[in-house]
Design a protein around this ligand. Structure first.
Ligand code: KG4
Ligand code: ZN
Length: 340
């Protein structure tokens, strides 16, 4: 039964309308993602109202495609998993409503899934041998968390950002140097042409908790640098700014994470979330983990950014624990990890 469990998963917390069918917890039969990036690029960031409307237009089509690609019908499903928080409330509501409607019409059990739990669970898809406990860095557009994954569905957050998330810093700096939205992939690409040691940007430490992050000072330092250049009439090498900024983010993420893994006595470390698809960050973690004898896990880029397969995996582990949601399941925009 467990090996055969077929989970239909839905994700609509931000600007991707996504559906996926996952078998036996870790086998992705389909992973359909309809991205709204082109639409939001016009405005330099995600416009929540537009995101919700687009989700409504796309959701049924995306679900149908996911079922078709997987070669399964609604009657074959074991459960339906859906992201119910955190995220944009209007966007979340579209996925939650669709999942509830399907569950109500078919009688298939419904499971509400935490978006960050989904990101962490993306690591299980391609690393079949990975089992908790391990430490995971979740770095996305809305979150930067260092998490001890004690067991499936059991988490302890040991570090978090005090201000901006890592992805948010990427997006803001990209906008400041005229790269547009979303900034992460663009800075990643441009950095390859720049010198990461050209400009020394600050690496913030948070006095109260050595595992916490702070990126707003770094963002301000980049803006000050750009303003200074402009006032002095100096030209800016965007590639150097991108590479130096990116290095400052990566240095902090790597240092805090490796320190956390060692201090808590683990030998397994994983990364997750949109920023985890950054090529230099992956390379830096590979190198540091190798040097420290830590086994390093990371999802393919398509499973780092928002997708429904990761929600299907997390949903499966909730399902086998016996978690079921009622038809009163609601979108919870600020849902905390580990809460139900
Ligand atoms: O996980 P995600 O798709 O959505 C959230 O849950 O927030 O993460 C999106 C974030 C954006 O801030 C985007 O700029 C960043 O991930 N991102 C990257 C890269 N690809 C996406 N940041 C750095 N390098 C990348 N290659
Ligand atoms: Zn996400």
């Amino acid at each position: 039964m467990r090996e055969e469990a077929l989970i239909l998963a839905i994700e609509s917390s931000c600007d991707e309308t996504a559906a996926s069918v996952v078998r036996g917890g870790r086998e992705v039969l389909s992973n359909v993602i309809s991205s709204q990036i082109a639409l939001h690029t016009l405005y330099g960031g995600v416009v929540p109202e537009i995101a919700s409307r687009k989700h409504i237009e796309k959701i049924n089509q995306v679900i149908e495609e996911a079922l078709q690609e997987a070669g399964v019908s609604l009657q074959d499903l074991t459960a339906i998993a859906v992201t119910y928080g955190p995220g944009l409330v209007g966007a979340l509501l579209v996925g939650v409503s669709a999942a509830k409607a399907i569950s109500f019409a078919t009688g298939i059990p419904l499971i509400g899934v935490h978006h960050i739990e989904g990101h962490i669970s993306a690591n299980y898809i391609e690393n079949k041998e990975l089992e908790p406990p391990f430490v995971c860095l979740v770095a996305s557009g809305g979150h930067s968390h260092l998490v001890v994954v004690k067991d499936y569905g059991a988490y302890e957050i040991i570090g978090r950002t005090r201000d901006d998330a890592a992805g948010e810093a990427f997006d803001k700096v990209a906008r400041a140097i005229g790269l547009g939205y979303p900034g992460g992939p663009k800075i990643d690409k441009l950095s390859k042409e720049g010198n990461p040691d050209a400009i020394l940007f600050p690496r913030a430490k948070v006095a109260e908790n050595e595992y916490d992050f702070s990126f707003s000072g770094l963002k301000s330092a980049v803006l000050n640098y750009l303003n200074g250049c402009q006032m002095r009439g100096e030209s800016v090498c965007k590639a150097d700014v991108a590479a130096s900024f990116q290095k400052a983010v990566i240095d902090v993420l790597v240092e805090h994470s490796i320190h956390g893994v060692k201090a808590y006595g683990f030998d397994k470390f994983a990364i997750a979330g949109g920023v985890a698809s950054n090529s230099s960050l992956r390379a830096a973690f590979k190198e540091s983990c190798e040097a420290e004898n830590i086994k390093f896990y990371y999802p393919s880029p398509v499973f780092c950014t928002d997708n429904a397969a990761m929600i299907g995996v997390a949903g499966y582990y909730e399902f086998i624990k016996g978690v079921r949601s009622g038809y009163d399941l609601n979108a919870v925009p600020n849902l905390r990890l580990g809460e139900r």
